[in-house]
Ligand binder design. Structure first.
Ligand SMILES: *Cc1c(COP(=O)(O)O)cnc(C)c1O
Ligand code: SF4
Length: 338
């Protein structure tokens, strides 16, 4: 009886894995047999934006390779501490464009809801690394003004759950939120932007599938993978479970120097994604947020990569190269007709 009680009170396995994510740069370097000379700068950069990476994602990295494309996305580096002109704290002016607390309504017909500040992984290039997340709490009381805003604008067809990472919420909280969203009659589509299917695939558990399967809203899940090696069998299984409940799966990637800035890697990413039931959607040019300049790929180089990619792949496997610009009514397509 004691055992049964203990089991019922146990956190789900994914929550344990989330809590067990590596946050100490020394531990990450040791796990991967990397030179400890990297440690002082890693610690200094982690003091600005903490390290966080689930062990399952680390298992997909090559030990002993400081340039591993998965490692580069999460390892704090000295380069982050160097100021770079044009790289600022809030390049998209998101802190001043909230329509209601936690609501970004920049584009017609769809609004983005920041439901939590938490992420399962901390991506060094993240445009939200400077966002004051502590102010954006998760829970029905905090969401009420946002829900009132969505209910009050009948031009909205789609709500996008974002963050942070919306799948960092428990199934209970997500269920409560979806129930409230479903009651808003003009909403037709639910989109979830999440890196969790890639970095913590165990999160796609039965409870989550139940919550997502029972909503009347059409479901779109936009995952975030930047390199084909991020997609392993555990990720494929999670994606299969999501397609199994009728969700449309799309991918957004960020074009990152030293990670995926060749047409070969991006072509392989598209092929790998499609084999796992996911269509490439966006390839983002980096947002110029401080501490990320070393990831920048110049627009001319990005266009050259895209040109080769379009020759190599069927049209539906080539992502749209976009840049976000404050004040525009949609993401700006970088490729023009020629
Ligand atoms: C990216 C984004 C969207 C979604 O844009 P789509 O073109 O529909 O993918 C919506 N709202 C905000 C604030 C965004 O940044
Ligand atoms: S998971 Fe997304 S929001 Fe979180 S750190 Fe990575 S890119 Fe940023």
């Amino acid at each position: 009886m004691i055992t049964a009680k203990r089991i019922s009170r146990q956190a789900p396995r994914w929550q344990e894995q989330l809590a067990d994510a590596i946050r100490d740069p020394a531990e990450l370097l040791r796990e991967l047999n990397l030179d400890l000379a990297l440690l002082p700068t890693a610690q200094a950069a982690a003091a600005q934006f903490p390290l966080r990476v689930p062990r399952g994602f680390i298992a997909r990295m090559r030990p002993g390779d400081p340039d591993d494309p998965l490692l580069r996305q999460v390892l704090p580096l000295a380069a982050e501490l160097e100021p770079a002109s044009g790289f600022v704290a809030d390049p998209l002016h998101e802190q001043t464009t909230q329509a209601a607390p936690g609501v970004l309504h920049k584009y017609p017909g769809r609004a983005l809801l920041i439901v939590t500040g938490a992420c399962a992984v901390h991506c060094r290039y993240c445009f939200r690394r400077e966002f004051p997340y502590a102010e954006n709490h998760a829970g029905m009381d905090e969401w009420r003004p946002a829900l009132a805003y969505l209910a009050g604008d009948a031009s909205l067809r789609e709500v996008i759950l974002s963050g942070g990472d919306p799948l960092a919420l428990s199934n209970r909280r997500l269920g409560e939120l979806l129930t409230a969203l479903e009651r808003i009659p003009h909403l037709e589509r639910l989109r979830i932007h999440s890196r969790i299917p890639v970095v913590l695939p165990e999160r796609i558990d039965d409870g989550l599938l139940e919550v997502l399967a029972r909503t009347r809203l059409r479901r779109v899940v936009v995952i975030h993978a930047n390199h084909p090696r991020e997609i392993d069998d555990t990720v494929r299984a999670a994606l299969e479970r999501l397609t199994g409940i009728g969700a449309t799966l799309l991918n957004q990637a960020v074009l990152l120097r030293g990670v995926n800035d060749t047409s070969e890697i991006l072509a392989e990413l598209s092929e790998t994604l499609f084999a796992a039931g996911v269509l490439p959607y966006y390839l983002h040019l980096l947002d110029p947020v401080c501490g990320t300049a070393h990831f920048e790929v110049k627009e001319s180089a990005a266009l050259a990569i895209m040109k080769v990619l379009r020759q190599r792949l069927p049209g539906y496997l080539a992502p749209r190269l976009v840049r976000e610009q404050p004040g525009q009514l949609a993401k700006t397509l970088v490729e023009r007709c020629s």
